[in-house]
Design a protein around this ligand. Structure first.
Ligand code: G3H
Ligand code: ZN
Length: 280
């Protein structure tokens, strides 16, 4: 069934497990992610990024409607999240498009401008019953523009959450967006300090580059929502590439089907790691 992100995050936090949030670009992503979640017996968050909306010609509604339909028919709880929104015009489409949460990304702004923009976004979201996630301290790698060494300061994070009223905080603790190898080293001590300092759930971005044991340790230290994108596309595109070696193949279903299967397996395995349910 379709549920709210707040519900999935609250329940994960209460149980001391991670909540997996996976990036949806196409219908096949939504299908693979939900099937993987069903196989793992875990709730899942489908997230659509501002970049994915741009890929769909700037239109959120079609891909959001497809993801919502897949979510409604799922055997596990599934929520819809709008990810990395910098454009307030897109933020303002979130409620009508059926999103229950938004990550508003003002992390490129300086501290005061970030606080002002994020507080306004949170007020708008709360008037509509939406959950708002924000970011302090850039998680490296997005657009290749940020320094991977940036870290979120616990005292600043506490002040930021109090000043903005956000419901969840994305933190910079050593991960980096768009990694295709799982070699990131996280600062688990810092995650623990952030958990102590900040009342809202912590979110790890760029989790594709984080290996299983590091993910387990991060959840144990206090990360709740775990955002994963690139590693799905590594599996999906790898399968497409393999299948397309056959030059007689023209039906897209012939390469999309095995790609979707590979993506499903990655999601099932990662959710098993995050929720500690059996062997990954
Ligand atoms: O918000 C999305 C995530 O941070 C995904 O990052 O593609 O590096 O796993 P990733
Ligand atoms: Zn991210």
């Amino acid at each position: 069934p379709l549920v709210s992100t707040q519900q999935i995050v609250d329940s994960a936090r209460a149980r001391g497990v991670g909540a997996g949030a996976f990036n949806v670009i196409t219908l096949e992503h939504a299908e693979a992610i939900v099937t993987g979640a069903e196989q793992a017996g875990a709730p899942v968050i489908l997230q659509i990024s501002e970049n994915a909306v741009k890929f769909h010609g700037g239109r959120l509604t079609p891909i959001a409607a497809a993801a919502a339909a897949v979510a409604r028919s799922a055997a596990v709880p599934v929520s819809l999240h709008l990810d990395h929104v910098e454009d307030t015009a897109l933020l303002h489409q979130a409620a009508d498009a059926g999103m229950s949460s938004v990550m508003f990304d003002a992390s490129k702004l300086d501290y005061d401008a970030n606080v002002a923009a994020t507080r306004a976004a949170a007020e708008w979201a709360h008037e509509r019953g939406l959950h708002l996630e924000a970011e302090l301290g850039e998680v490296g790698g997005k657009d290749g523009a940020h320094a991977p060494g940036v870290r979120t300061d616990p005292a600043e994070a506490a002040a930021y959450v109090a000043a903005t009223g956000v419901d969840a905080l994305a933190v910079a603790v050593g991960s980096s967006h768009a990694m295709t190898t799982r070699t990131a080293k996280l600062d688990h001590g810092l995650i623990g300090k952030l958990r102590e300092a900040v009342p809202v759930p912590l979110v790890l971005h760029g989790s594709s580059g984080v290996a299983d044991d590091e993910l387990r340790e991060a959840v144990a230290a206090g990360i709740v929502k775990v955002n994963i994108g690139t590693i799905l596309n590594v599996a999906f595109t790898g399968a497409v590439r393999d299948t397309l070696r056959d030059p007689s193949l023209v039906d897209p279903r012939k390469y999309l089907a095995p790609a979707r299967v590979e993506m499903t397996a990655v999601v099932r395995r990662l959710l098993t790691v995050l929720t500690g349910a059996g062997d990954a």
